[in-house]
Design a protein around this ligand. Structure first.
Ligand code: 13P
Length: 250
């Protein structure tokens, strides 16, 4: 049985003040959630403060990215060792915004995945197609290419210690969600693809859906057989809304 995971990707949002209020709301609301794991991914600069506030709670925290290198002269980068040092348990890699805006290629994403895992942090590997790719019928080919790059570097068994997040790029921040069936089809494809190499890994790996998830559509999405929770952007910035989404997963 896969325990659902609901992760909040705060992206480049928040301040010390707003984070305190948000985490307070999450702590209050999360006590009712027994059957889902909750994760928040604040901006790097706020992780430590958020961590302090979360101390003693069951809410996990992680980062939105990680360097592919371990240590050294890489100005501006954050290593997995540093993230581990401050208690992160997850790191998002390959988010579509990083792929589109910051040059994270499939190979770089694979290297970041490997760095996270080698450093003892669970990577949350984001995959997903652009609108034109979906319209051209290339969704599965794109997702396969993104997964293959990771498997080529680390092998299929490494996926067991990771989370995959399917985020169709056209659904991110647009208010346009994939229908539960559209999402399920891609999730089933991903699990089937992994299963061809290793059925046990496919059975264990959690596959999250991301892209305009909100309280109003979460339940239907999460009730699909291969959707094991969500990666939430905008709706993770409001405590009540995010907690409702976590309830839908639990
Ligand atoms: P939205 O929930 O704002 O569409 O963002 C999804 C996302 O990119 C999470 O990583």
């Amino acid at each position: 049985m896969r325990k659902p995971l609901v992760a909040g990707n705060w992206k480049m949002n928040g301040s010390r003040e707003s984070n305190i209020a948000l985490v307070k709301g999450l702590l209050e609301g999360s006590s009712q959630i027994a059957n889902a794991e909750i994760l928040v991914c604040p901006s790097f600069v706020y992780i430590t403060e958020v961590a302090k506030q979360l101390e003693g709670s069951s809410i996990a925290y992680g980062s939105q990215d990680v360097a592919k290198e371990e240590v050294g002269a890489y100005t501006g980068e954050i290593s997995v060792g540093m993230l581990k040092d401050i208690g992160c348990s997850y790191a998002i890699v390959g988010h579509s915004e990083r792929r589109a805006l910051f040059g994270d290629t499939d190979v770089i994403v694979a290297q970041k995945f490997a760095a996270a895992q080698n450093g003892g942090i669970l990577p949350v590997l984001c995959v997903g197609e652009l609108l034109e790719e979906r319209e051209a019928g290339q969704t599965e080919a794109v997702v396969e290419r993104q997964l293959q790059a990771v498997v080529d570097l680390v092998g299929i068994s490494a996926l067991e210690k990771s989370v995959v997040a399917y985020e169709p790029v056209w659904a991110i921040g647009t208010g346009k969600t994939a229908s539960p069936q559209e999402a399920q089809d891609v999730h089933a494809f991903i699990r089937g693809w992994i299963s061809k190499e290793d059925a046990a890994v496919a059975e264990k790996v959690r596959i999250l859906y991301g892209g305009s998830v909100k309280a109003a559509n979460a339940k239907e999405l999460f009730s699909q057989a291969d959707i094991d929770g969500g990666l939430i952007g905008g709706a993770s910035l409001a405590a009540d809304e995010f907690i409702s989404i976590c309830e839908a997963a639990g």
